[in-house]
Every structure is written in C-alpha cells, then in structure tokens.
Write a protein that binds this ligand. Structure first.
Ligand SMILES: Nc1ncnc2c1ncn2[C@@H]1O[C@H](COP(=O)(O)OP(=O)(O)OP(=O)(O)O)[C@@H](O)[C@H]1O
Ligand SMILES: [Mg+2]
Length: 233
C-alpha cells in the first residue's frame, strides 16, 4: 500500500505541490486527473524519488521511503513509467528490459524477464528489435513491461494513452486493470483519456494548483457536467 501524506515538492525555488495526501491499496487503480500544469507529473516524479521531498511522508507498506533515492526506491517496489515513456530507442527490447530488472531483487533476472514475456508475448517475438522502431502503443507496452521487470508493488503511470491509437488505448487500459487484479499492484494513473479512466480506475482524484481538490468513485465521474466543472476549475 502506498500512503502519501502532506507532500510538498517542486523545482529549485519553485514550489509546485502544496501538501498532497493520498493512498492506493494493493490491487487498486486510482486515477489522478487535472488540467495541464496542475502538478500531476511533478507528483509522480516526487513519488518515484526523482524530485526531493520538501515536506511530508511517502510510505510503502510499513517502510518510510521519503528520503530514499530513485534507484533504491525502485528496489523498494515503486516503479515509474514517465510521461513520454522514457524507453531507450537505440536499445533492443531485451536490453530495455534488462535495465528494468536492475530493480528486481532476490530472484534470477532471466526468470523475472521470462515472466514479463509471458504477459507480453509480442515483446518476446521482437526481443532483438530496436525499441525506436516501435509504434507508440508498442513503446508504451514496453515501458510498462520494463517497469514490471522490477517486480513493483506500486506502479506510477503518467499518461499511458498519450500519442497512442484509440484501438490500442482500450487494450492498455485492460492490461493495467489486469496487472492490478492479478499481481496485486497498486496503480496510480495520470490520464486525460476519460475512456481509459472509466475503464481502469475505481477511484479518481482531481488535482489543481498542486493540491487534491476532489476525490470520488469513478462512477461519479460519468456525470459529464460534474467532470467539466472539476476539470475546468
Ligand atoms: N522541470 C521543471 N522546472 C521548473 N518548473 C517545472 C518543471 N516541470 C514542470 N514545471 C512546472 O510545474 C508545474 C506543474 O507541472 P506538471 O508537469 O507537474 O503538470 P501536469 O499536471 O503534469 O501537466 P500536464 O497535464 O501538462 O502534463 C507547472 O507550473 C510547470 O510549469
Ligand atoms: Mg504531466
């Protein structure tokens, strides 16, 4: 379970997050919504340990990971798929996955990779192909697969549907839902695509100006008027 309390963070002298609190339990998919510049990416980067925490706590199960650096936080079980995916285009699929297995501890890396190939048979078929030759949807799958190679307890996904064909978006939403259900991963999902959110998430948080301003069940967000009101804050 991921528990975040009263987090403050930002860039150099610019504060962006002003006391964010949230929790995501094992197997749950929670969506984080909010207009451009609200601080969603900043929050995920802070939770991943890429940006320092200026106040508040980040806990993973019973462990306080607030001050732990990014690579050790990945080993502790927090995986981050950044906005824009962050895969290495000049490396092959398998080399990309190898980078992911660095965060896996206590198991043979080849076994972990094979397990991930079971979920993504297409990636196994194309394991020697350069990742840069892939379509947006395939790259997103690879980015998620790479994150899974670290055997995470928490998966932070930043706009997985961005730049992806509509028919693949549904497929990725189903995948996210299945990963949470089958592996008990806690997923925090930043997403602008409402179909994706309605399909995958059970709860939604709305962020504005570095604060969570509304929380509710996803079903509540089927109400278009409310949604417009919340997102056009
Ligand atoms: N590297 C950076 N250095 C300084 N300020 C930044 C940096 N990245 C983002 N910001 C600022 O932090 C604030 C929050 O940005 P952030 O990227 O977290 O928003 P977001 O909710 O993810 O937006 P989007 O929906 O466009 O992805 C914005 O005011 C932005 O200009
Ligand atoms: Mg963003």
């Amino acid at each position: 379970m991921l528990v975040v309390s009263n987090i403050r963070a930002g860039y150099d002298q610019i504060p962006v997050l002003h006391g964010v609190a949230l929790s995501v339990t094992a197997g749950e998919v929670v969506a984080l919504l909010g207009r451009n510049g609200a601080g969603k990416t900043t929050l995920l980067r802070t939770l991943a340990g890429e940006l320092p925490v200026r106040g508040g706590l980040v806990r993973l199960d019973s462990q306080d990971v607030t001050k732990i650096r990014a690579y050790r936080r990945a080993r502790a079980g927090i995986a981050h798929v950044p906005q824009g995916r962050g895969i290495f285009g000049r490396l092959t699929v398998e080399e990309n996955l190898e980078v992911g297995t660095r965060a896996a501890i206590g198991r043979r890396k080849a076994d972990v990779r094979d397990e991930v190939y079971e979920i993504f048979p297409v990636l196994r078929e194309r394991r020697n192909q350069l990742a840069g030759t892939f379509s947006g949807g395939q790259q997103q799958m690879l980015a998620i697969a790479r994150a899974l190679c670290g055997q995470p307890k928490v998966l932070l996904l930043d706009e997985p549907s961005e730049g992806i064909q509509p028919n693949i978006v549904q497929q990725i939403a189903e995948l996210v839902l299945k990963l949470a259900a089958d592996k008990g991963i806690a997923v925090l999902l930043v997403e602008q695509n409402l179909e994706f959110v309605l399909h995958a998430a059970s709860r939604c948080l709305v962020m504005d100006k570095g604060r969570i301003v509304h929380t509710g069940l996803t079903t509540e967000f089927r109400n278009e008027a409310l949604l417009k009101e919340l997102l056009a804050l």
